[in-house]
Ligand binder design. Sequence first.
Ligand code: 5RP
Length: 221
Amino acid sequence: MNAKQAAGYKAAEWVQEGMLVGLGTGSTAYYVIERIGQRVAEGLKIQAIATSKASEELAEKYRIPLIKAADVSKLDLAIDGADEVDPALALIKGGGGALLREKLVAINSDKFIVIADPGKLVPHLGAFKLPIEIVPFCYDWTLVQLKSRYNIEFQMRTRDGGLYVTDNGNYIVDASFGVIKDPGALDTELKQLTGVVDHGLFVNIADVVVIGHEDGTTEII
Ligand code: 5RP
């Protein structure tokens, strides 16, 4: 067992019969989907919503019944990874490009559990570049706004020689803010920029963080 698997398998214990569950995205979320899939094979009855096409395919592989968001008003539980976690449980997410669906699922769940290895715990957010999802239309203008407001370095995310396109058809800018002193303030400001769809700051959303260790043990924050 590795640290990500320990965290994912521990968080899967929160899933109870009949729940509506949000499935995260990434290499740690992989393990929670795997473990839930094992429990479904043993008879657990749940329904789930995936936060990316990749996680949807994984859930289908494990025969986890999937529903559409339109069919339910909210979820009981969402479990997802993170790129950084600060002491107040504010997060940077979106390293895997799924931040918008991840945030939608997290804020519409009664409980949001974050799963991570110890390397994700940081005193301040910001060493990890903050992913910002922007609309493709006139995206250069959005970059100009970001540059003029914050004077930071950023890169358009790429894949296979072209611009990275999210599951929602948008682009991602990875922005180097350095130490983010006030994640709540930056969260609000970025949301106000026209052209920005959402960003990877998750402030006051996480309820619990499960940290997995290489020896298979876990701790709950
Ligand atoms: C995807 C995410 C992931 O949860 C985050 O990048 C962590 O991924 P991993 O568990 O592979 O380290 O936000 O958009």
